[in-house]
Structures are given as structure tokens and as C-alpha cells.
Design a protein around this ligand. Sequence first.
Ligand code: GMT
Length: 371
Amino acid sequence: MRIGVTCYPTVGGSGTVATELGLEMARRGHEVHFICYALPYRLGRVPPGVTFHEVTVPAYPLLQYPPYSLALASEMADAVRNHGIELLHVHYAIPHAISAYLAREILGGRPKLVVTLHGTDITVVGADPSFLPIVRLGIERADAVTAVSAALARETHERLGIDKPIDVIPNFVDPDRCDRDFAAAHRRRLSPDGAPIVVHASNFRPVKRVMDVVEIFRKVLERIPAHLAMVGDGPDRAAAERFTREKGIAHRVEFLGNVSPVEGVIGAGDVFLLPSEEEAFGLAALEAMSCGVPVVASNAGGLPELIAEGEGGFVLPIGDTAGMAARVVTLLSDQAELARQKELARGRAIREFSTGPIVDRYESVYRRLLG
Ligand code: GMT
């Protein structure tokens, strides 16, 4: 198959899923064309069969808002025409679903369109009344729509008032990306005194409730010594850093920014925290589990689909910082149980969310459309 892939190239779960999926398709012998405004951050070593098409957005004094969606549609149409692309798979509905729809209009009805919904394209940005009609159009005109959890599929049906079937295909992970030696080196650096390490990784946006992370950790420190590693960057980082200084716990907390490979630091932890307000799936939590790090999370969105209670993870109500802190303390206080939860976390990640079987499900969506 000749497949075009569009995603946001910046650090984040949707870009990771899109890139790893495209790379795996290329390994399976398909021809894959990434059509993005920059090289996806996760692309790394490019295998044969992968091509990159850069979307350049024209600048002109009149254009206060450079028309990315239109430039993308033109680049998509060009790539399809010149390379015989049979299917465009776009990740994140806004504006990618509409750009793909426009490209197909330009070309008079081909190629097939697949839209994967990742989360805030429906729950936050897509829910804005100014975007809702256009998101609905993009979804309705796609040949297939996938969502990363049943919760997100349900929410899409409810918020958009559509009854189009949505294939639920969860995020996936390659457990071999966990490098134990690399993680051990991070562990020595993060915890010179050998105290347990709590980890959080996100884009530090309001939906992640980063202030809950530092508050949970503050409560943990009242009971046991520990360290907190904060991976990633975003708008709420400064407030979280300030909080740790004001509460006198900054010496126990390290803000690492965006690091690569992220599994290197996540894998150094003993517990991963994800107390999000919204979370369609929670790829970072899956990455933690795959490295044998149990997760304490909120019950937002698709997190209860990823986390089976007591099987390497625990979910609590959104905002229950006391409950989450108590769960972390319980875990870290019982070495035998912690070791068991680490095993269970990795086992579940490998059994339910390994790359191969999940990519099979995307491949069968493609085959269903192309025959
Ligand atoms: O939606 C976002 O805020 C960003 C997006 C991303 O690009 O990382 O995250 C979403 O997609 C991931 C990959 O499918 C999911 O694992 C995340 O749960 C989801 N984030 C939210 O729903 C907040």
C-alpha cells in the first residue's frame, strides 16, 4: 500500500503513535509518505520506503494567520498525485481531517481518508463551538475513523452528535525501547541516596493537572523520603517549579524538560503519576508500564481502559490528591508488593499493547478500505 501520514511533528503522544505506526508499516513493506510541517521528532533512523514531504506555509504581510490547513491540503494533493498515494491517514482531527478532505476534493475523490482521534482534538479544542461544525464535517467525510479509546469514541459520538462507526485502536508500545542500563544511570543521578523515585511525564498543559503531581508528591514526602522526576515541558511548568520552592521541597524534585528517549528517565522510576483532567489514552503511562513502572492515575477518559486496577496500576477520582498520595506511599512502603506490581505493569503492557498486534488492527482498517 502507498500511505500518506500527517501528524503534528512536535513531542507528544499523537506524533509518537503516528510516526511509530508509519515506521512499522514501512517495515512491513508498505510505502510511507510523511506530510508534515517539520520532520516528526520521533522519526530517528528512517528505514527504506519512508519519504518526507515538508509543508511550507507561505508568509505574506496580508496573512496575519498563515493558512497552514490550506498549505497542508495542497502538499497532500501534490504528494498523492505524484506518488500514487492510495490512502491518507491523518492524526489529530484539527485541522488535518479537513485538509485531507480538501486534498481529496482537489483530486476528484481519491485517495481514501483515515482520521485518528487522539483526545483534545475532540475533548478540548474540538469541543469549542467555533470548531465543532468543521470537526464534525472532517469526521463525517472520512472513510474510516479510529479513536485511541472507547471513552474517546463515546465522547465523539455524544459531543458531535454523529453515529458514524469508530474503530477503537489503543496506543501501543515497543517494550524493547526500555534500556535498563540507561535507566539505571538516570536512577543513580536522580536518587543518590537510594530513596524511591516518583516520575511524571507530560506536556505540562492544564489538562495534565501538573499542580496535582507536585501536591501528591508533597503529601508523599510527609510520610516517606523520595524523589520526583518531572519530564516534559509546557505552560504549567513554571507554576509547578514555584510550588516546589515555596513548599521547601525543591531539593527533592528535578525538572528535566523534554528528554530523549523518554523511556530512559521514566524507566528509572518506581511509580509513575498521571492525575489528568482529560486523558484519551495516556501513552506516557503505557510507556512507564512497559518499563516495569506501576502507575497511579486519575480515572479520566481512557485511563481505566489502559490500567487494570491492581495489575501494575491504580486509578482514583480526578483531583483526589490525598488518595493518590496514600496509594503511592502504600506501594513504596512494601518492597515485595512493589516488585510484584512492577512485573504486573510490564506484563500487561506487553500482553495487551505491544506494537505488532495493534499495528495489525490499523493495517486491517487500511485493507478494508483499499480492498
Ligand atoms: O491531545 C493532546 O493534548 C495531545 C495528544 C498528543 O499529541 O500527545 O495527546 C493525546 O494523544 C495521545 C496519543 O494517542 C494519548 O495517549 C493522550 O492520552 C491524548 N491526550 C489527551 O487526551 C489529553
